[in-house]
Design a protein around this ligand. Structure first.
Ligand SMILES: [Zn+2]
Length: 377
């Protein structure tokens, strides 16, 4: 005996269902698509999948480009950093002189410091690490900013934290005015008239740190060896700021920080070609907005916040709500009952059907979720 389900859903949900209807792969009506994708999703769960499995990697296979000659080099001692203009197609080549050393990293658009490397944006869909990683600036710009062109196997990245700072050192140990990454960043970007407040969350290279299942922050031993390196390719003109972390009170630098060498390698036709490809692939979205798209284009010049008396809110509209009736068989009902009991598919069969469809869509049809380049040498 069949049953009718009344599904409450949004226009965006209908658009996704209609897209699948249009492709013809799972039936020719909305009802068919819902029924068929839900059965496929349930079969996927039975074969060992989970409700939360994301879309597979969006990989681009490409030859690793050769970069040019060194045009600048400097050795950074622990507690020192350097703000370096790293132009489109240039590569920042950073090397361990002794090993066991964490490099903290900040980056800004050289022509607009309000656009910067946003660790939160980079971890929004999970962590992407290692060679081939595309490193992004934050919303509303949200553009590819760097590519990790290559790195030694020991490169453990950590961008779920903040950066070592004087507050923590004073609070926990009583050491005020002790060197820290915050202060090293601030002192480095002062060369370009940026303030201490302009330091942002650090994109850490060689920091073997994680949160355990109780939420505790674990500092594992730094695996970097002498001569290990990481290469960051700049996708647009940046002010790039590597800092040699001075922490000696945890395993961040194995309790004994050491210097690192930083070099800027010149752009080549091959690195510029890669940058063009990255921008073409991931840099052409309508919502990658720039100041000319903003309602307020000027940067606030004062510290005090005052209300704009002419302000009228103009929020973007949300998706319209609809309802859809779907006739399901007893077999469909058994499957949906199982999904309801699973606990991650809503308490009603009608909503569980929609949720299962969206989870199927995420896994099978989502356009660009996890993205990286797959380099061949
Ligand atoms: Zn540090």
């Amino acid at each position: 005996m069949s049953v009718k389900l009344e599904i409450s859903l949004y226009q965006t949900h209908l658009d996704l269902i209609d897209e699948v209807v249009g492709s013809g792969t799972h039936g020719t009506t909305r009802e068919d698509v819902l029924r068929n994708t839900v059965l496929e999703h349930a079969a996927y769960l039975l074969s060992g999948g989970t409700p939360h499995d994301p879309a597979p990697w969006n990989n681009i296979n490409i030859q690793r480009p050769k970069y040019g000659e060194s045009k600048f080099e400097q050795i950074l001692q622990p507690g020192e950093g350097k703000a370096i203009p790293l132009l489109r197609g240039e590569v920042l080549h950073m090397t361990q002189l002794v090993g066991g050393q964490c490099i903290d990293f900040n980056g800004y658009n050289l022509h607009d410091h309000k656009e910067w490397l946003d660790c939160g944006f980079n971890r929004q869909r999970g962590l992407v690490t290692g060679p081939g990683t595309v490193v992004w600036s934050g919303s509303p710009r949200g553009r590819p900013m760097y590519v990790i062109l290559g790195a030694s196997e020991s490169l453990d990245q950590y961008y779920q934290g903040h950066r070592c700072n004087g507050i923590i050192l004073e609070r926990e140990y009583g050491f005020a005015h002790h060197s820290s990454c915050q202060d090293a960043f601030a002192e480095s970007i002062r060369e370009y008239n940026l303030t201490e407040d302009d330091v942002h969350d650090s994109y850490k290279l060689w920091m073997n740190t994680y949160l355990d299942d109780k939420g505790r922050r674990i500092y594992a031993w730094n695996r970097a060896q002498e001569g290990d390196f990481v290469d960051l390719l700049s996708v647009f003109d940046t002010l790039s700021v590597p800092v040699c972390c001075p922490a000696e009170l945890n395993a961040c630098n194995n309790y004994d920080p050491h210097p690192v060498k930083i070099e800027v390698m010149e752009a080549t036709p091959a690195t510029l070609e890669l940058v063009d490809l990255v921008e073409k692939e991931w840099g052409q979205l309508k919502m990658q907005r720039e100041p000319q798209d903003f309602k307020i284009k000027d940067i606030l010049g004062e510290r005090e916040l005052t209300q704009n008396s002419d302000y009228q809110p103009e929020f973007l509209p949300t998706s319209e709500k609809h309802s859809l009736t779907v006739e399901i068989s007893e077999e469909d009902q058994t499957v949906l009952g199982g999904l309801v009991r699973e606990g991650n598919y809503a308490p009603t069969e009608a909503t569980a059907m929609l949720v299962a469809f969206i989870r199927w869509y995420d896994r099978n049809r989502m356009k660009r979720r996890y993205m990286r380049l797959d380099f061949q040498d």
